[in-house]
Design a protein around this ligand. Structure first.
Ligand SMILES: NC(=O)c1ccc[n+]([C@@H]2O[C@H](COP(=O)([O-])OP(=O)(O)OC[C@H]3O[C@@H](n4cnc5c(N)ncnc54)[C@H](OP(=O)(O)O)[C@@H]3O)[C@@H](O)[C@H]2O)c1
Length: 227
């Protein structure tokens, strides 16, 4: 698969490395050509140069792939989409393409900056006309860097489930493949109208994690919760 990445920070690094390792062709881009080149080198170097990973412009990254990952701060999304040629009220370069939205619009106090309006994914879908899939926003980049992201579950080690919200079956199947390729399991979490709940739940989870509380302790086993 060909994957374009908008952003050259931690999430671009973590997910780009996983997908390059799985044999996908990755093109990374950001506002700094130097940082994009450095990341492309790091991704290729990190997996022994066995990959096709290169840097390009935001415009190239948006038009490059079978999927595009949007990995910039929420506040920077309009600027980045404009630079990529993707913000023309649904008529830009990302129209009809698979766009993975991992952004979190979380401000001080773990409050959503989108509160009271459409969620981040809905805004991105509206601006781009892309088949947006919300994914990978609910865990830190340190989790996505694990090979694989899997944790003890009783006596076994279970792969991490990645909730996906989206409306387009082809886009969802593309992202399910990318989830499995990094050793995780996809978790169907509803249409794009559910993405705002995933965004809200993530703000809630981060608030607990950062204050040293383990949210797993509030969750009963599945059988008990559904009895
Ligand atoms: N890191 C995590 O643990 C994590 C986990 C889940 C979701 N997320 C979400 O994923 C997204 C990316 O996070 P990240 O941790 O990868 O961020 P990051 O490491 O800070 O990288 C952000 C990227 O966005 C670019 N950027 C920032 N402001 C910009 C602007 N005004 N115009 C153009 N480009 C701009 C940065 O470019 P420069 O390098 O030039 O500044 C960089 O390429 C965010 O929405 C975040 O909430 C992060």
């Amino acid at each position: 698969m060909r994957i374009g990445i908008l952003g050259t920070g931690n999430m671009a690094d973590a997910l780009g490395t996983q997908w390059a390792r799985a044999g996908h062709e990755v093109l990374v881009a950001g506002r700094s050509a130097d940082r994009a080149a450095a990341l492309a080198g790091r991704i290729a170097g990190g997996i022994g140069g066995r990959t096709a990973c290169r840097a390009g412009t935001l415009r190239e990254a948006a038009a490059f792939g079978d999927a595009t990952l949007l990995a910039v701060p929420h506040a920077a999304v309009p600027e980045v989409l404009k630079e990529a040629g993707a913000d023309e009220d649904g008529g830009g370069v990302l129209r009809g393409r698979v766009l993975i939205d991992c952004t979190n619009a979380i401000g001080p106090g773990f409050v959503l900056t989108t509160q009271g309006g459409p969620g981040a994914a809905a805004r991105i879908a509206e601006a781009t006309g892309a088949h947006v899939v919300k994914a990978f926003n609910h865990c830190a980049d340190s989790v996505w860097r694990l090979t694989p992201p899997a944790f003890p579950d009783g006596p076994l080690t279970a792969p991490l489930a990645v909730p996906l919200c989206g409306d387009d079956e082809r886009a969802l199947e593309t992202v399910r493949t990318l989830v499995r390729d990094m050793g995780c399991v996809p978790l169907a979490a509803g249409g794009l109208d559910r993405a705002v709940y995933l965004e809200t739940a993530t703000a809630f989870l981060i608030g607990l994690w950062v204050s040293g509380k383990d949210p797993r302790r509030m969750l009963p086993p599945f059988e008990a919760a559904t009895a």
